[in-house]
Design a protein around this ligand. Sequence first.
Ligand SMILES: C[S@@+](CC[C@H](N)C(=O)[O-])C[C@H]1O[C@@H](n2cnc3c(N)ncnc32)[C@H](O)[C@@H]1O
Length: 230
Amino acid sequence: MMADEGGRWGTRMSRALPPPDSPASRFQVEDYDGRPALGADGIIHSVAVRAGEPAVGYWPHMLPESTPHSALLLGVGGATLAHLLTRRHPGIEIVGVEKDPEVIAFAREHFDLDLPNFTLVLEDAFEYVERCDRRYGYVAVDLFVGHVFQRAVLRKAFLRRLGAVAAPDGEIAINMFREQRSEQHLARIQRILPVRRVDRLRCNIIAHCTTGEGVSGGSGRLRPRDAKQP
Ligand SMILES: C[S@@+](CC[C@H](N)C(=O)[O-])C[C@H]1O[C@@H](n2cnc3c(N)ncnc32)[C@H](O)[C@@H]1O
């Protein structure tokens, strides 16, 4: 979440005040470069994707390199990734897992969750992955509560389950904050899942992993990619 190719994301936003007669909402529609963006806790979670407009922020950096037929998105928010995926791969079957009914209600009202290829599962992502018995061509992990990265993402058991839920030649993208411990986080991921590419953005670091099972599993060596960095 909250990355910016131009340096503007990742800065805490001033919180827009709710109208005086409305109940205080945890969420606000913010403006980002003329695009409606979903803000909470002073942070941008999602940005609207509109036809003809280029993608901004960290979300396009999470997209898969291949052409998957199915995708599992862990952490839906305002569904930026679902829209970008649909735009790039029309018809792709997307399952989005989100545990917060309030963000979904807000996103339904102010953002578009009505994609015909999108199914929402209102559930804790860790529980969903634990019980999941199917495989997806692409899995995106984007789990933050407010501005707090869900460190359970780095648990070995969860990372192993991600490898089982992704198709043998599938891709797994994990979004984290870029911080002091980022290299440790990457090394932790790398111990379980081969990391094929790392996108280091100003505020985010995105690990692109494989299951290690498929032909594109790669050597398991880290291939840092700073080319996209602003
Ligand atoms: C940065 S937002 C996701 C943005 C989204 N990927 C997009 O493309 O717009 C992070 C989301 O993760 C959700 N989340 C955090 N922990 C979760 C969990 N354990 N299970 C499901 N969703 C969770 C939050 O409620 C929040 O909506």
